[in-house]
Design a binder for this molecule. Structure first.
Ligand code: NDP
Length: 482
């Protein structure tokens, strides 16, 4: 059985204490590899390596850093098929999703921040006629990037690339549930000539090595993507030490469907928003709100589309719905469906565990795509993040009601809006409490835009120069002259 290794000081290193965790394949439920259960000794080595690498990396030209990131981007592209397969096995997602979303976007992240490194700029202000202010932006030093399991390599690279581009050295921690592509990536870092210590990757549990990284005195900033409860814990640990924090957290995102929408495009878009990656994307539209005048017609068409989705072996290129990520997560999702029933929700389709045709997937963790209706905005199903293939449908009556229902959660990550009325779209985009509003689309991204959530969906924004600025300490210089 393959044993993964940490990546410390440019070397693939076994955990110092020799402890490992089992890594199962969600589609089969079988253990197929083991990952380091890293501890404080591994962290001390990684921080020491990063600190030693920092003077040279931070002093290197932007062009030099860009070239390293470009080489990595190219290696990810050249190894895309291998990485997509690994991501699908590790995570349970359809290989088609890994091949068209996760891996190309991981490569694009690296490519984008390679270019951004050479374009990064700072501010200068002339004050009156005799003073000039300018701002220096120094990299912070050793920073932590902690990423979740749902889009493993995509979100891992999204975090580390701006940190590296800005001249920091990184301690990265992928989720213990999906460690494989970060491990394969560390081997690509060796091939890319990444200087030792600039990027270090530690595997292990969140409460274990994750928390130790957050608490380490040598770590100057933490960029975290994950659940809201974990984000709150990390914020509580980091605040007394005044560490910089960027938190990308959960969502309970609405898709708003108006009677004047483009019917086919909206059906396709809301279906994708609801069920991509088995609903395990923070941006998924898990609450579909439909204008009352078309509610029943839309609901019936939506049910038909959901029932037509194939739940199957993630490695089958025709599968559109794979396994959910773990047995524990499957139980959580099934528990949420039970809660919806207890709350009085009607299950329109799905509603339980399902067994795909492929014999090897007999014991895998698959949940049937599920639609529920009949629940008010205050019930738990419409309030709590389920993070699975479960979508709740509700009618609304006019724009005001649509906005009120859309905003009636603690989250504020994303919203999508489906209408052909341009005035309405602008009006509503202003009123929706969401860090990202998509109009007649979903999950399109421009890497230059600031990405992140309002309310309990997080603090800080990632993307573009905003992300690079997070990883720097601004220092103002004010010069008076005569
Ligand atoms: P978790 O919060 O459980 O974990 C995220 C990462 O943090 C993992 O690497 C985890 O390690 C680690 N971790 C857990 N506890 C700690 C701790 N005390 N200290 C430091 N690190 C810790 O989230 P999930 O992995 O379950 O991911 C799903 C969540 O992520 C959803 O809520 C989703 O909405 C959110 N998300 C948000 C996005 C956004 O951009 N806003 C994008 C994608 C996901 P381990 O897994 O090994 O325990």
């Amino acid at each position: 059985m393959e044993r993964l290794a940490n990546y410390i000081n440019g070397e693939l290193s076994p955990p110092v204490a020799g402890r490992y965790l089992d890594n199962p394949e969600p589609a089969t439920g079988l253990i197929y590899s083991q990952l380091p259960d890293s501890g404080g000794e591994d962290l001390d080595l990684a921080v020491a390596a990063a600190e030693a690498a920092f003077p040279d990396w931070s002093a290197a030209t932007a062009d030099h850093r860009a070239r390293v990131l470009q080489r990595l981007a190219r290696l990810v592209r050249d190894n895309a098929a291998m990485l997509a397969r690994a991501e699908s096995v590790d995570n349970g997602k359809p290989i088609s999703v890994a091949a068209t979303v996760d891996i190309p976007r991981a490569s694009a992240n690296l490519e984008f921040f390679a270019a951004a490194a050479t374009q990064f700029h700072s501010e200068a202000h002339a004050t009156d006629h005799n003073t000039l202010n300018y701002t220096l932006r120094h990299p912070l030093g050793v920073v932590a990037c902690i990423s979740p399991w749902n889009l493993p390599l995509y979100l891992f690279t999204w975090k580390i690339a701006p940190a590296l581009a800005a001249g920091n050295c990184v301690i990265g921690k992928p989720s213990e549930i999906t460690p494989m592509t970060a491990y394969l990536f560390s081997r690509l870092c060796q091939d890319a000539g990444m200087p030792p210590g600039v990027l270090n990757i530690l595997h292990g549990t969140g409460p274990g090595i994750g928390q130790q990284i957050v608490d380490h005195p040598g770590v100057k900033a933490i960029s975290f993507t994950g659940g809201t409860a974990t984000g709150a814990r990390i914020a509580a640990s980091a605040a007394p030490r005044f560490r910089k924090l960027s938190l990308e957290l959960g969502g309970k995102n609405p898709s708003l469907v108006f009677a004047d929408c483009d019917w086919e495009r909206t059906l396709e878009g809301t279906l994708r928003a609801g069920f991509s990656n088995q609903g395990q994307i923070c941006l998924c539209g898990s609450r579909v709100l439909v204008e009352a005048s078309i509610y029943e017609r839309f609901r019936d068409a939506f049910v038909e589309q959901v029932e037509a989705m194939t739940v199957g072996d993630p490695l089958d290129p025709d599968t559109s719905q794979g396994a959910v990520v773990s047995a524990a997560h499957m139980e959580k999702i099934l528990g949420c469906i039970d809660t919806a029933r207890q709350e009085g929700g009607r299950v329109l389709c799905g509603g339980g565990r399902v067994q795909p045709d492929a014999a090897r997937c007999r014991d895998g963790w698959f949940v049937a795509p599920t639609l529920i209706e009949g629940l008010g905005p205050d019930c738990r199903t419409n309030q709590e993040e389920i993070f699975g293939p479960v979508v709740s449908l509700s009618p609304f009556d006019g724009e005001e009601d649509a906005v009120a229902q859309a905003n009636a959660t603690r989250y504020g990550l994303a919203a999508s809006l489906w209408s052909r009325d341009v005035d309405r779209c602008h009006r509503m985009a202003r009123q929706l409490e969401a860090g990202m509003v998509w109009v007649n689309c979903w999950m399109l991204r421009d890497l230059r835009t600031p990405m992140g959530g309002m309310k309990d969906s997080g603090v800080g924004r990632e993307g573009g120069f905003e992300a690079m600025r997070f990883f720097t300490e601004p220092k103002n210089v004010c010069i008076s002259y005569r």
